[in-house]
Structure formats: structure tokens, C-alpha cells
Design a protein around this ligand. Structure first.
Ligand SMILES: *[C@@H]1O[C@H](CO)[C@@H](O)[C@H](O)[C@H]1NC(C)=O
Length: 313
């Protein structure tokens, strides 16, 4: 709880000192909103919805909204998630978020999507190009969607489609978590930009001149109080696009003076969001919140056992 105290303290400092305050460690670079042309690629006004679900949160207050970034083609991942941890429930709601299929206008994929959406009403699509380099756009549009259409939710989770989510433990864990200024996941405190232009994670000095990243949560799966969606969206007006979406969110958190929080289980001090590729084991998984590397068939299979058996561990 110390870090929570610290983060609300820095939030107060940021407000009172008008964004010129440093959080412990590094000084915060001076902030001014980006020139409009530079920021256009990241602002919601640059895009429009092709498929949207504007009413899903109108008559209910979801405790947790899963926002799953997917590409239009990942039909079987969506199907499996709907049948496993993402199945609609009293507490949870699951939405799939995507851009336009790569390779131009593909009417057959689009027709299938619209069909799928008529059945499930859980697809949100915007007209940006759905590519790996555009994941930051996707994440920010997810934040904007939450702030616009589901501001009454208690928590939201951005979670990749290849993740096993122990939704039972997660909900239990969140019932005792702060409901404001809160973001948790696998916290990376010592990230640095890769300057090797062949790297998948290359960031040029022009894009990001500093030589370290502020603390951020690994992008595979992180959870936040719903207020953070609008605040991250707002903070993005100060931060230049880099294609590492999780680092980008970390840069927004620094502007907001919010420290990402570790979730550690007692008494083992295990990082509940550790990103690992683990062989399925019912009782190991019962003590974790996310595990990565799950293809649809593997997820379906593990879930069949887990959903029935996890309480017996
Ligand atoms: C990202 O999306 C924008 C908007 O659709 C597009 O102009 C740009 O080419 C995309 N970039 C990549 C690398 O896909």
C-alpha cells in the first residue's frame, strides 16, 4: 500500500504544480501539448467506428471489462475466449477491439465480422490500419472507448488474446483493490530503449531521446481502475507516439504521476501477473492471474479442467 500512497501523493503534487513535478528518481521532462500534426495519429477524432457497441454499459455497472485487442482475422481466438474466461457474467463484460484488416479492403473478412457481431455484439472496430506498429493507436482507442461508453465500470483489463486469465482469482483480488488511480500488472522498472535498428522493439533517439523508460506494465495483461482510461487518453496529448504500446502507457502514467503497482500474493511474494509460458497445471494456475502462450485449442482444453476443478486446490 506504500506505493498507492506514493502515487496519490504524486497525483496531488502534479495537480498543484501544474505538471512540472518530478516523481521519485528522474525529473519529468517539461510538458506541453504536441503540435496538432504530430499528434493526429493518436487522437480519437482522427478515426471513426465501423462497428461499435455504444450501449453495452448503459443499463449496468460492470465490475470488470475485458478489452481484448485482436486482428480481424483472429476469429477462433475470439470464439474460444467467449467460451472460456471471457464468457459474459454477472461481474464481467468482454469486448474485442480491432482496426481494419491489413492488405486493403477485404470484403469477405468484413462480412464475416459483421455476421459474428450480429451474433455476439462484442466487436468494436475503428478505421485505422490494424498492424503491429499501430498497437499504440489500438490501446489508446481502447482507453477512449472505455472513457466514452463505459465510464461507470469499476475496473478494466487490457489483455491479449493468447492469455489464460484466472478470472476467479482476478475478481477476488480486485474486490480488495483501490478503485481510483490504480493500475497493476507485471511492472517493469528498468526498461531501456533498444537503439539497434534491427530490433523488433527499436526506438530511435528522435522518437524518444531519454535512455531509460519510466516504470510501465507489460502489455500482455494489465488491470486498471476505470478512471485511468480517460486520464491516459488525456495524457497522450503530451506524448509522442512510439510503437511500444505498454511503454507508451507508462509515459502517460508518468505525466499523471501514477505509479503502476505490483500485485504480489502472500505469503509467497509471487508476482501474480508475471508473464510466463507455463505448462497447464490446475493448482499452479489457481494461484496465478495470467499465463501467456495459449493458442485457442490449448486454452479451450485447459479451461475445461480449470473451470470445474480450481476450487479443489
Ligand atoms: C497505422 O494506421 C494509420 C491510420 O490508418 C495508417 O495511416 C498507417 O499507415 C498505419 N501504420 C502502419 C505501420 O500500419
Amino acid at each position: 500500500h506504500f506505493s498507492i500512497l506514493k502515487c496519490s501523493l504524486s497525483a496531488v503534487l502534479v495537480l498543484s504544480a501544474q505538471l512540472f513535478v518530478s516523481i521519485p528518481g528522474k525529473p519529468l521532462p517539461k510538458l506541453s501539448p504536441l503540435p496538432e500534426e504530430e499528434n493526429r495519429i493518436l487522437v480519437p477524432e482522427s478515426y471513426h467506428y465501423i462497428i461499435n457497441q455504444p450501449d453495452v454499459c448503459r443499463d449496468r455497472i460492470p465490475f470488470l471489462v475485458f478489452m481484448v485487442p485482436v486482428s480481424p482475422q483472429e476469429t477462433s481466438a475470439r470464439e474460444t475466449i467467449r467460451r472460456t474466461w471471457g464468457a459474459p457474467s454477472q461481474d464481467t463484460l468482454t469486448m474485442f477491439y480491432m482496426g481494419l484488416p491489413m492488405g486493403g479492403h477485404l470484403p469477405s473478412i468484413q462480412d464475416q465480422l459483421e455476421d459474428e457481431n450480429r451474433k455476439h455484439a462484442d466487436i468494436i472496430q475503428m478505421n485505422f490500419q490494424d498492424s503491429y506498429q499501430n498497437l499504440t493507436i489500438k490501446t489508446l482507442m481502447i482507453m477512449n472507448w472505455l472513457a466514452t461508453y463505459c465510464p461507470n465500470a469499476v475496473f478494466a483489463m487490457k489483455v491479449d488474446a493468447d492469455i489464460f486469465v484466472n478470472v476467479f482469482y482476478l475478481i477476488k483480488w480486485l474486490k480488495g483493490s483501490p478503485r481510483q488511480s490504480f493500475i497493476t500488472g507485471s511492472v517493469i522498472n528498468d526498461g531501456r530503449p533498444r537503439r539497434d535498428s534491427n530490433s523488433k522493439w527499436y526506438v530511435s533517439e528522435e522518437q524518444y531521446p531519454e535512455d531509460t523508460f519510466p516504470p510501465y506494465v507489460s502489455g500482455a495483461g494489465y488491470v486498471f481502475s476505470a478512471d485511468m482510461a480517460g486520464r491516459i487518453s488525456w495524457a497522450s496529448r503530451f506524448i509522442r507516439m512510439i510503437s511500444l504500446e505498454d511503454v507508451y502507457v507508462g509515459l502517460c502514467l508518468r505525466v499523471l504521476g501514477v505509479q503502476p503497482v505490483y500485485s504480489i500474493s502472500l505469503p509467497t511474494l509471487r508476482n501474480l501477473f508475471e508473464i510466463r509460458n507455463l505448462e497447464y497445471n490446475r493448482c499452479t494456475f489457481a494461484k496465478l492471474i495470467i499465463v501467456n502462450g495459449f493458442k485457442p485449442s490449448k486454452l479451450q482444453h485447459a479451461w475445461q479442467d480449470f473451470s470445474k476443478g480450481h476450487t479443489s486446490c
